[in-house]
Ligand binder design. Sequence first.
Ligand code: HEC
Length: 154
Amino acid sequence: MRRAKKIGLLLLVIFIAIQFLQPARNKSGQVMPTDISRTVPVSPAVSALLKTGCYDCHSNNTNYPWYATVQPIGWIVNGHIQKGKAELNFSEFGSYTIRRQKSKLKSIANQVNDNSMPLASYTFIHKNAKLSKEDKALIIDWATQTNEAISTKQ
Ligand code: HEC
């Protein structure tokens, strides 16, 4: 019993200590000139879907839930953001080479088509980010058409 108490106390101390290790926030607070909406045509409907479903992990502006201030949850959230942004950053889409833009658009259509994105752990909590069949079709058509439009421009 005494041992269990000691371990409990130790865990509590560790839990409190890690609260001071907050990851830096992903919030530029502005729409960059390289944002995808300023690079290629994005309809308001598609833009709204991307903002609700993808921008938290794939842009320079995350809308943080309150529990992201609690560690280690904040570290997990931060890990998703860092990894997601490294793969695809909608805020910096305009700085990508044409080749990369096209491959990302193709990847967006694929990931949405096979339900890999948004991440299931995300839609489990953010119910409004769940994509309906119609939402998915909108994003896939947009990504496919935009990809084709870019190739004819070349
Ligand atoms: C909770 C965070 C999160 C959300 C929300 C999210 N993603 Fe992702 N995304 C990631 C992470 C992390 C990766 C890196 C690969 C992995 O771990 O699966 C990724 C990878 C990708 C890739 C692969 C890029 C490549 O080069 O192959 C695409 C495309 C993508 N996401 C599109 C989207 C789209 C479109 C949405 C919205 C409909 C979305 N994601 C929502 C976190 C997220």
